[in-house]
Structures are given as C-alpha cells and as structure tokens.
Design a protein. Sequence first.
Length: 263
Amino acid sequence: MSRPKLLVEGVSRVFPGVRGAAPVRALEPTNLSVAENDFITILGPSGCGKSTLLRIVAGLDRPSTGRVLLDDRAVIGPGADRGVVFQSYTLFPWLTVQENIAYGLREKGVAQNERREIVSAYIEKVGLRGFENHYPKQLSGGMQQRTAIARALANDPAILLLDEPFGALDNQTRALMQELLLGIWERERKTVLFVTHDIEEAIFLAARVVVMTARPGRIKADIPVDLPHPRHYRMKTSPEFSELKARLTEEIRAEAVLAAEGH
Ligand SMILES: Nc1ncnc2c1ncn2[C@@H]1O[C@H](COP(=O)(O)OP(=O)(O)O)[C@@H](O)[C@H]1O
Ligand SMILES: [Mg+2]
C-alpha cells in the first residue's frame, strides 16, 4: 500500500479539570490512517471526542500523547495545507463572499489575476454566482457554508477537515449540501475527513465510516461503504444503504446509551 496521506498515531487528549474537578479524558489513544483521495466520515455520539480529534488534526489543539502526520510531516500547528470548515459560521463578517474565498490566496501571495480566476471557479462550483459581493449576514446558512467550503477548497489544501458543517442547516438544505460536497469530491478527489453524528450523512458521503465510542472516545469500527459513485439521494432508500444504516444504528445506539448514563 502507498503511504497514507494522513496518519494519526496514538493520539489521545486529556483536558485538565477546571477548579479542582477531575481531568476529562476526551480521547483515548487513537490510530487512523487515511489514504490519499479518500472520504472518511467519523461518526459518534455527542461528546465522544470527534471535534477534539479533528482539532488536533487541524493543529488547533495539541494531543496529550501521540502525533499526527500529514504527507509524512508532523502537524504542530494550523496550516494552509488543511482546509477547515466548522458547524458555526466562521466567515469573516467584514468581507464579501469573494473576499472571504480569496482570503487564503491573498495570504499566500497569489497574484491578483490568478486569485480572481480561482475565486470565480469556486463561486461557480458552489453555486454562488450573483452573490460575490454579498456579506455573510446577507446570506442564508446554507450559502454561508457554501462560501466556507469554497474558501477552504480555494487554497487547494492537502486535506479537507469538516466538523458537522451542515449541522445547523434544515434537512432540505442539508441534503443539497451533501450532494454538492459529494459532487465536488467526485470531480476533484480531495482527501476528506468529515465529522458527524448523523448516521445517514456518514454513510451517504463516505468511502469509509469510522465509528467512535462514547467518551473517552476511541475507534470501535471502521466500515467500508461500497455504494457506487456518483451517488444520488435516491440511494438513501436502497437495500444496501438500509442494511448499513441498521448496522451503524446499532453501533451508535449502544454508545449513545452509555453516553447518556454518563460513562
Ligand atoms: N477545551 C476543553 N476543556 C475541557 N473539556 C473539553 C474541552 N473540549 C472538549 N472537552 C470535553 O471533551 C469531550 C469531547 O468533546 P468533543 O470533542 O467536543 O466531542 P464531540 O465533538 O464528539 O461532541 C467532552 O466531554 C467535552 O466536554
Ligand atoms: Mg463536536
């Protein structure tokens, strides 16, 4: 096998207790290997350490043990080689759609002509033509997330890290956004790590679903999704999809029960 794009080796995270409280073990030592161009979803109940893991991969937090390698290089902080999109809107409110998308390119010193071309291409890809000069507050939640995805992709990152990016959207918009992201991935084959607690979303998007246990989180299952591409929303009612959904529902239910009991 060729070298993995991303390697998470024995990564754990313990948060110190606040005001004398016991430390919080958020993540047990975790290993994960992601091949280039793979689309992995990380599925787990709320509080199981998904965001903690993603933030460590993003370089926004440091692991208590272990290390993260991206393209064989240790991650020691945030970097332009990782495009990150969170659930809550993280656009710069004082910049327009096109200025938001251009932000990273400007930081990298990409010349204005080239910048304009790249931004225009991504505006097209995420369907924001006509909204180039709008400010984030003038956009719907779905449009803001499309801008955030375009901003992340415009930098041509080695890996795209998404933390419940559609979690705040209504179901219709969410379904459309899943198709949009999948369409981009099918054309461009980025390496993607996508965190969600939504079982259908995890299956629909992924080539592999990685299931995490309740806190302290660790990986309890790694399940390939053999649904063909291009994927269409009608697949969500196919027998293969339903079978996977039933299996993952069992896995997640057991963890959600444990989490609710406060383990
Ligand atoms: N900065 C922090 N300080 C203390 N505890 C934290 C911090 N961040 C997360 N935690 C705790 O770690 C656990 C995992 O959190 P998180 O990774 O956000 O879970 P998830 O994203 O799966 O919902 C939770 O119990 C949470 O309260
Ligand atoms: Mg989270």
